[in-house]
Design a protein around this ligand. Structure first.
Ligand SMILES: CC(C)(COP(=O)(O)OP(=O)(O)OC[C@H]1O[C@@H](n2cnc3c(N)ncnc32)[C@H](O)[C@@H]1O)[C@@H](O)C(=O)NCCC(=O)NCCS
Ligand SMILES: Nc1ncnc2c1ncn2[C@@H]1O[C@H](COP(=O)(O)OP(=O)(O)OP(=O)(O)O)[C@@H](O)[C@H]1O
Length: 319
């Protein structure tokens, strides 16, 4: 079959057939373990891999995949094909197919964590849909650690962190009962980067320790997969506590719209809040899996189900 690009092939596929694009470096992942797959589309250059994939499938008692070799027509088309498999996300239809798939192999070599429970760090910008994705993963069976909530617990009156914060920010952040008023603290730190930095250095170690305790608690309960929802996962370097980093993204204009609606913020304030955080690009660069919540809830659900299903095929063995 001679095609301009893989996209042509996909457009040629009849509706109802499940098509997944697997980045070249991940061809071995789902393709050797997914019992629901029927067919593998490869170029001449990657057809050797297909033979090896079928050998691996037969070792696992899975039926061989029908292999379709397509021939790309010209240089330009070949570039398009390579671009398609690059681990980057844009709004193009082809790259949509990468959402929910493993775009980068996780690297456990530098992480001092046990194989089990398998931990996913879920991050993303403000209003990117983290909570919505988490809820869906929880419905599928994941245990969830909410770092915003853990963050709120470190402000409990008379703890060492409480005293440190009051000493630095002054008594004006306290309510009449002596408790820290987060809204007052938020106003200060979200308009002053150096103060936010100070606050982070006081509270992140305590939140990190609380995350570890939660993971240990879920391990005792026998949970297999724990999702750690953390807006600041990358900034706080909590990635060393998780096996994989999943990132929720939305375009900036959609984020502004959502924040204005949900938080009743002005456009300028919403933009300032987004600009104070990491960009989508920076997060995607660190991501093993990317999810985009830009469209209907149904599409978010489909991406989450796909990500969950593929995840089952790469969980590490219990030690
Ligand atoms: C500044 C605080 C007191 C404001 O509390 P408040 O209840 O008003 O907001 P909340 O905690 O619900 O956070 C709202 C959103 O702000 C963003 N955000 C929170 N903390 C940070 C931070 N340190 N850096 C950047 N963005 C942040 C996140 O998108 C978060 O979802 C609070 O956010 C806080 O203690 N932040 C520092 C601790 C932290 O990093 N928590 C987040 C753990 S994921
Ligand atoms: N398709 C969608 N998937 C997920 N969320 C969506 C979608 N469409 C709209 N939203 C809305 O986006 C808003 C933000 O979602 P959510 O609260 O899950 O984000 P978040 O990243 O947890 O936000 P934050 O960290 O700012 O609290 C919600 O009001 C949600 O209803």
């Amino acid at each position: 079959m001679r095609m301009n690009s893989v996209r042509d092939f996909i457009e040629d596929v009849k509706p109802g057939i499940k098509v997944e694009l697997v980045p070249l470096q991940d061809m071995y992942g789902p393709t050797i373990t997914d019992a629901t797959m029927d067919c593998l589309v490869v170029t001449k250059e990657t057809s050797k891999g297909a033979t090896m994939i079928n050998t691996e499938r037969s070792k696992r008692g899975l039926p061989p995949l029908e292999v379709r070799v397509i021939d790309l027509l010209d240089e330009e088309a070949n570039t398009d094909y390579q671009g398609l498999l690059e681990p980057k996300i844009s709004s193009s239809n082809e790259r949509k197919l990468l959402l929910g798939t493993l775009i980068k192999e996780p690297d456990f070599s530098t992480k001092p964590i046990a194989n089990w429970p398998y931990c996913i760090g879920l991050t993303g910008g403000i209003a990117s849909g983290k909570s919505s994705v988490c809820k869906r993963l929880q419905n599928l069976g994941a245990a969830v650690v909410d770092c915003d909530k853990l963050g709120h617990q470190v402000y409990i009156k008379d703890t060492p962190v409480y005293h440190q914060i009051v000493e630095y920010f002054g008594k004006e952040i306290l309510a009449s009962n002596g408790e820290i008023q987060r809204s007052s603290l938020g106003k200060i730190v979200f308009s002053d980067k150096s103060k936010l930095h100070q606050l982070n250095s006081m509270v992140w170690p305590a939140i990190g320790a609380a995350v570890k305790e939660e993971i240990a608690k879920f391990a005792k309960e026998g949970k297999d997969i724990v999702v750690i929802e953390a807006a600041v996962l990358l900034e706080a370097k909590w990635t060393h506590m998780v096996h994989e980093t999943w990132v929720a993204i939305i375009p900036k204009n959609e984020a502004v719209k959502r924040i204005m609606e949900r938080n009743k913020m002005s456009k300028e304030d919403a933009e300032a809040r987004i600009d104070s955080q990491l960009s989508n690009k920076e997060r995607v660069e660190a991501a093993n899996v990317v999810l985009c919540t830009q469209w209907d809830y149904e599409i978010t659900q489909q991406q989450v189900e796909k990500a969950w299903k593929l995840l089952q095929g790469r969980l590490l063995p219990k030690e």
